[in-house]
Design a protein around this ligand. Structure first.
Ligand SMILES: NC(=O)c1ccc[n+]([C@@H]2O[C@H](COP(=O)([O-])OP(=O)(O)OC[C@H]3O[C@@H](n4cnc5c(N)ncnc54)[C@H](OP(=O)(O)O)[C@@H]3O)[C@@H](O)[C@H]2O)c1
Length: 374
């Protein structure tokens, strides 16, 4: 049974599955049952966020999704949020924006806040409180805030969420928006792309200073960004004739199906083994060199591609004529495909590997992933 079929089966039998999944055990009729944590997803309509919402529901968690007030007339987002609700999620209103009104007394603020919660009057200036209220509903917060420069990049916006979690004081686990290269290993990364890692480290520092329990998910390469295009820059579809190879094409890279990232992320929420650790996603069959990935596509296509190699020097030199966003991308590609930053270290005490912890997850291999591009 494929992992997707398995998830579908789980979705149709939520009660059975809930009884098999655990966090805090209790005895009933000689069986151990465990209650699952309640989850709030912030950034739930995003590229990885929507999959995390889906996986959270599929794995039986009570799932809340933040509905940001500032989405305004964005009909696509609203429709997606409504579809989450249809699938069993609960929407909770909140906002990252707002004006502080320091001269209002705390008692008057809480009076107005209570009125707002009853849905009688919208008060746009209590945004921090709206995040605190949302956080208080759950045990776990997962943030999937945007962090890709050519789309949208708001990683530091999470500092507001950290403040809210700190004030709420009830959160058992916070998973900030990471889902990529481990930023703690990238202090020597190239400028200007280093900013991505620096900002994620700023968020980590705030989390750890506030003593918020955490798990950082190092998801390596999203298939859609790196495998579907055979890691070619400037396109999201695979080439059918010629392919650029980075150096000798033999650096080990780690590719993940985005739905698998979401499943591993949800699996870790109630797992004490990943408390205050980094969860590295390294499913062994998906640790591939670029040449191995290309070969999989060639097999599907039934033909060989013409290959041309780009040296590290030429690759870096190409940055000179690029704008900021492209330079960020080239820096990240350089670390992944020339330096091997995803695979050139052993996981130490600070981390755990996902496929070893959760061998029951039947992750998608990259030849299956690439089939959709035929
Ligand atoms: N490893 C990889 O290959 C890879 C690839 C891509 C991304 N990533 C990482 O994955 C994480 C999520 O990225 P993504 O591509 O999924 O993000 P995304 O789709 O671009 O955006 C995610 C969400 O961020 C929220 N957001 C955007 N602008 C906001 C703002 N100004 N204020 C408040 N919220 C805002 C929105 O949430 P609402 O739902 O509330 O509107 C949006 O849906 C990032 O950390 C990124 O670096 C990794």
């Amino acid at each position: 049974m494929s992992q997707r079929e398995n998830l579908e089966r789980i979705q149709t039998q939520p009660k059975l599955y809930v009884s098999l999944q655990c966090s805090e055990p209790f005895e009933a009729k000689n069986k151990i049952y465990m209650e699952k944590s309640k989850v709030l997803v912030v950034g739930g309509t995003g590229y990885i966020g929507r999959r995390i919402v889906k996986a959270s529901l599929a794995l039986g968690h009570t799932t809340y999704v933040l509905q940001r007030r500032e989405i305004g007339l964005d009909i696509e987002k609203l429709q997606m949020l409504l579809s989450f609700k249809e699938q069993g999620a609960q929407l909770v209103e909140g906002s990252f924006f707002g004006v502080q009104i320091p001269f209002l007394s705390p008692s008057f603020i809480s009076f107005l806040q209570g009125r707002r919660l009853k849905g009688r009057i919208p008060i746009p200036f209590f945004d921090h409180q709206s995040l605190v209220d949302a956080v208080k509903l759950v045990d776990v917060v997962i943030c999937t805030m945007s962090g890709v420069h050519f789309r949208s990049h708001n990683i530091l916006m999470q500092l507001k969420l950290v403040e809210a979690i700190k004030e709420a004081g009830n959160i058992k686990r916070f998973l900030p928006s990471e889902f990529g290269t481990d930023p703690s290993r990238m202090d020597k990364a190239l400028e200007p792309g280093k900013v991505s890692f620096d900002e994620k480290m700023t968020v980590r520092k705030a989390i750890e200073e506030a003593k918020i329990p955490f798990t950082y998910v190092s998801a390596n390469c999203f298939g859609g960004y790196f495998a579907g295009n055979l890691a070619q820059r400037g396109t999201l579809v695979p080439p059918r004739d010629k392919v650029a190879i980075y150096g000798d094409g033999k650096t080990k890279v780690i590719y993940l199906d985005e739905d698998d990232i979401a499943t591993y992320t949800i699996k870790t929420l109630d797992d004490p083994r990943t408390l205050n650790k980094t969860l590295y996603l390294r499913p062994p069959e998906n640790i591939l060199t670029q040449l191995q990935l290309v070969e999989k596509w060639e097999k599907l296509l039934g033909k060989k591609l013409q290959k041309f190699s780009i040296s590290a020097k030429d690759f870096l030199a190409s940055m000179k004529v690029m704008d900021f966003t492209e330079q960020v991308g080239v820096g990240h590609f350089y670390h992944i495909f020339y330096e091997g930053c995803l695979s050139n270290f052993e996981i130490g005490e600070e981390g755990k590997e996902a496929s070893a912890l959760y061998p029951e997850v039947r992750y998608t291999h990259m030849d299956a992933y690439l089939k959709r591009y035929l």
